[in-house]
Design a binder for this molecule. Structure first.
Ligand code: URA
Length: 217
């Protein structure tokens, strides 16, 4: 059994995964008790993926944000609202997607006033510790297409040399955890919210998502 005092290179969710061929519901229950890395200590709860096990498309983000941590669901905050709008504009029904994150706990620091929690990117070790949950979700959902939202999701799925700018808006074919996957990378919706030219960044996201919609048709 993993312990919370494990050295960084021993972080892993593997001992917390149910044996056999667990359903999404069984995975979600087990993930709620994951202690595979220290991120569970400060987060409110595990934020597991949401959506149908029969979804044709899986959207993979970075990690839950402040709102997601409080509500226990992925992409329910400002980035999620923007993503929902962009998906609809691109012709993808958000209700038909399985939505998840590379890392299932919110990582943050407190602002000096201790009134606000500031998102902190996960390390490669934390991403790989959490990888078994994402691999299990991919096995159960077996999506026709994976939309990779930003650099963290890209590194978690495609390796540390992933650069979103080099491959965004293209259909990649890669073997991931022994399964052939088709993936369309794009920027993370939070980067659109932070962009100086928000409209331009938003249209870029929609254009990439249109590539995903076309790949599914
Ligand atoms: N950003 C993410 O990557 N995932 C969420 O669930 C929310 C914000």
């Amino acid at each position: 059994m993993a312990t919370t005092s494990a050295p960084e290179d021993a972080y892993t969710a593997t001992p917390f995964l149910p044996a056999g061929r667990p359903s999404l519901a069984a995975l979600r229950r087990a993930a709620a008790g994951c202690r595979g890395c220290p991120l569970h200590r400060n987060a409110t709860q595990t934020v597991f993926g949401q959506g149908s096990a029969h979804a044709r498309v899986m959207l993979v983000g970075e990690q839950p944000g402040d709102q997601e941590d409080r509500q226990g669901e992925p992409f329910v905050g400002p980035a999620g609202r923007l993503l929902g709008k962009a998906l609809e504009e691109a012709g993808l029904d958000p209700a038909d997607a399985y939505v998840t994150n590379a890392v299932k706990h919110f990582k943050f620091t407190w602002a000096e006033t201790r009134k606000r929690r500031i998102h902190k990117p996960p390390t490669l070790r934390e991403m790989s510790a959490c990888g078994p949950w994402l691999a299990a979700e991919l096995t159960v959902v077996a999506p026709e297409l994976v939309v990779v939202l930003g650099a963290t999701a890209g590194k978690a799925l495609l390796g540390s040399s992933f650069r979103v700018g080099e491959v965004r808006g293209t259909v990649l074919e890669r073997e991931i955890h022994g399964r052939p996957e088709r993936l369309v990378p794009t920027v993370h919706p939070s980067s659109v919210l932070r962009a100086d030219d928000r409209e331009h960044a938003y249209q870029g996201l929609v254009a990439d998502l249109r590539v995903a919609a076309q790949a599914l048709s």
